[in-house]
Design a protein. Structure first.
Length: 315
């Protein structure tokens, strides 16, 4: 069983970094508004479809034929990030801002409604355009890098590297820029921040734009890594990214990153070893149960997460 451990760890890191970037979107919104944007998983899904459509349409028109795959990939990322960033801002303006003063359950229900709306819109659009609601994405990077103890797919390396770049860039933005400081101030106390001439609405809009852009970029990474996408990929992955955010400490950026990587590793280890360790009673198909069991245990015994702080009610 130990012979497959290096490959399992590589696959776990690839999946974990995708969880981590999507989890950042959840934790950014929660840190400022203290509500869970359950439509974030569908924004990830939209990004996967937009990026894949850019590639398919470019190939059909001959625009991307013969183009350097890294240039094509960069184009897919940029278009997906711009589209999902604008989508996130639109959702905040239409579905969340009018409900900002309502009880917490109301925007949560609105988020669930937006989630189902995006699923059906993508399914409807793809059914009309392609007579099917799933896409098979051409893989731009199909090589393998042999490092002795494991063979790492080039696409997996790209996922990990880009995810790290996005997480580092976001951390620097939050800690070093004027808008990042404003976001931290609004997360601390909206009323006091507004009295200090900070435009709270713009900060919240920027938060949704950045979180949604990162989610859309991760959707492109997912499509390139796994090849097949459908309108429902955001549901399970979104829930697992939320689990990662809770595991690390919802509202804590470092916690979301570490929680995502940790969850990806644990899930892949469970998928590979649960069957042999239980004598075949539980196979790889139970890895999702394992992931959500972690969520239940965290909520029961350490609801603030590994790096979070106990939440105090604001007066």
């Amino acid at each position: 069983m130990l012979s497959i451990l290096p490959q399992v760890l590589v696959d776990g890191l690839t999946l974990g970094f995708m969880y981590a970037v999507v989890a950042l979107g959840y934790t950014m919104v929660y840190g400022i508004l203290e509500f869970i944007n359950f439509a974030h998983g569908e924004i990830f899904m939209v990004g996967a479809f937009v990026g894949t459509e850019v590639l398919l349409i470019g190939n059909s028109l001959g625009v991307t034929t013969g183009m350097n795959p890294y240039v094509t990939f960069f184009l897919m990322l940029v278009v997906a990030m711009v589209f999902t960033g604008a989508l996130g801002v639109t959702i905040e303006r239409v579905a969340y801002r009018p409900l900002r003063g309502a009880p917490r359950l109301v925007p949560l229900i609105s988020a669930v409604g937006v989630s189902f709306l995006l699923q059906d819109l993508v399914r409807f659009t793809e059914a009309i355009a392609r007579d099917e609601f799933y896409l098979n994405s051409p893989i731009l990077f199909s090589g393998q890098l042999n490092i002795g103890f494991a063979s790492i797919p080039v696409k997996g390396i790209i996922v990990i590297v880009l995810a790290i770049i996005m997480m580092v860039a976001l951390t620097l933005f939050i800690n070093k820029t004027k808008w990042g400081i404003a976001m931290r101030a609004v997360a601390q106390d909206q009323k006091t921040a507004s009295l200090m001439t900070i435009n709270v609405d713009k900060v919240i809009m920027l938060t949704f734009m950045i979180g949604s852009s990162l989610g859309g970029a991760t959707g492109v990474l997912f499509a390139q890594n796994y090849g097949t996408i459908d309108p429902y990929i955001g549901f399970i992955l979104g829930l697992k990214a939320f689990t990662a955010a809770v595991l690390g400490g919802i509202g804590n950026l470092r916690g979301a990153m570490i929680g995502g990587v940790l969850l990806g590793l644990l899930e892949m280890l469970a998928g590979a070893y649960m069957g042999p360790l239980t004598g075949g009673a539980f196979g790889a198909e139970y890895k999702d149960v394992f992931a959500f069991s972690i969520l239940i245990l965290v909520l029961l015994f350490k609801p603030e997460g590994l790096f979070g702080e106990a939440v105090k009610e604001k007066v």
